[in-house]
Design a binder for this molecule. Structure first.
Ligand code: DX5
Ligand code: ZN
Length: 221
């Protein structure tokens, strides 16, 4: 499974070390949470650090826009070809146009589906969709507990994908600690966003490789 560590969980001064460790450990994607204090109550990092991270690594970023008007916000980010970009389709009138706009930037286009939001968006938008980010917590905060219904939602989406031969990736975001990650991967997810299970105050950025090993050991057992 693909692991996209959530850089929002890092202290700002550790970001550079984490990025170096992500390269060393062959992490495929760096998850980047943007919260506007409007679609979600919390406020997080913005456009500057996004560009800064791109300036120190070739690893793709996984821009998760938890904002109202993501069609406006996206243009302020230095989206590079190969980046993943997702937004919440319930924030916008014409999500299909925004998916096209993201693809025009050479990025991989996705929708993030909050717990109360239906998978109907996926079938409606499938023509322009590369991936779906299933939110397994209410968006806005790291360190929450996974909502149990998320596993069935992933299984339902995986079944829709198989039945219709859809070419989309399924990622899960929210409390993907090893045991939960196992459950959603068994249900059909291709990858997980991992925040506090990997990046937290008890783990040093320098020790990321060891932290990741422990995570994977628990995931595999
Ligand atoms: C939640 C964010 C997540 C968060 C994950 O709103 O979208 O990406 O950083 O953190 P954990 O893994 O701690 O739930
Ligand atoms: Zn996220």
């Amino acid at each position: 499974m693909k692991i996209a560590p959530s850089i929002m969980c890092s202290a700002p001064w550790d970001v550079k070390t984490y990025v170096e460790k992500f390269e060393e450990t062959k992490i495929p994607l760096i998850h980047y949470d943007v919260m506007d204090g409007n679609y979600v109550p919390n406020i997080s990092v913005g456009t500057g650090i996004y560009a800064d991270i791109h300036s120190i690594t070739d690893l793709p970023l996984d821009l998760h826009l938890m904002v109202q008007n993501p069609d406006v916000a996206v243009d302020y980010f230095k989206v590079m070809p190969g980046d993943y970009v997702s937004f919440h389709p319930d924030t916008i009138e014409d999500p299909a146009s925004l998916l096209k706009k993201i693809k025009d930037k050479g990025a991989v286009a996705g929708v993030a589906i909050s717990p109360k939001i239906s998978l109907d968006y996926v079938s409606q938008l499938i023509d322009n969709l590369d991936f779906v980010l299933i939110m397994s917590v209410e968006p806005g905060f790291a360190g929450q507990r996974m909502l149990p219904a998320s596993v069935e939602k992933v299984a339902e989406l995986a079944k829709m994908r198989a039945d219709n031969n859809w070419n989309i990736e399924i990622f899960v975001d929210g409390d993907c600690a090893p045991k939960n990650a196992r459950k959603v991967v068994d249900a059909g997810a291709d990858g997980c966003v991992v925040g506090s299970a990997l990046i937290n105050k008890n783990n040093k950025a320098e020790d990321f490789a060891t932290t990741l090993d422990k995570y994977l050991e628990e995931f595999n057992n």
